[in-house]
Design a protein around this ligand. Sequence first.
Ligand code: ADP
Ligand code: MG
Length: 265
Amino acid sequence: MKTILQMQNVSLTYHTLKNETQAVKDLSFEGYEGELLGIVGPSGCGKTTILSLLSGILSPSQGEVLIGGEKADCHSNLTGYMLQRDELMSWRTILSNVLLGLEIKKIKTPEKIEHAKELLNKYNLGEFKDFYPNQLSGGMKQRVALIRTLVLEPKLLLLDEPFSALDFQTRLNVVEDVYTILKSEGKSAVFVTHDISEAISMCDRVIVLTHRPCSVKTIIDLFELKDYTPLKRRELPVFSKYFDKIWHSLQDTKEKENDKEITKK
Ligand code: ADP
Ligand code: MG
């Protein structure tokens, strides 16, 4: 397996006028090409900070962050972000929303426009390309947001709790769609969530973090689930085995931090 990302003994401290907050402490892990790597951890432990380090928006106070062997750099096209809300522009059509990143980066070539249209067609959004975001369901908008990120052809996708604004029913279907898109495009992604079931249903491996300043608590390999899609995984008897494993690992963390966000469903 080829390594796509490396976090090597990374620490990060935020400095403000009033105080210092250490968010990440001596964090090391790797991610592999084509892998969906999940990150779960208590609220405020440093998950978003890790994605900012991977994207190169933040530089580590110590250690090294490498993407495809290169130092993480926010000015390169190494990573692409997908956020909690779809952030589509209401006055632009679906196609022109998908092309937005290409426009900003001044790389909107005819080939890339064609690629964007192909992706919209392939993932059942082709007939909506001239619609506006408010004419689409929440799930469709998240798919558009993902395609907008994919047309930039990043080496690594970063997903920061991308489904938490959706209702449960919609979320199950969008997880299925996003999983299918990422796997069929062969993309590598880091997926942050505080929903244990979501992590198990989508990921190849899950990193459980300690409370802040976060480091790796444990890494759970979901190899035996790899041939199943998210909805199918939820029906497997082993699903609850993994849920309990992650839940207990987080409980140790939680006792120290008394975190309220991660709830057992
Ligand atoms: P998570 O995504 O796991 O909820 P974050 O990575 O957002 O956690 O934050 C980790 C810690 O760092 C929190 O205590 C948060 O208050 C602090 N933090 C995050 N961003 C900043 C910032 N820009 N300046 C100062 N402190 C920050
Ligand atoms: Mg966060």
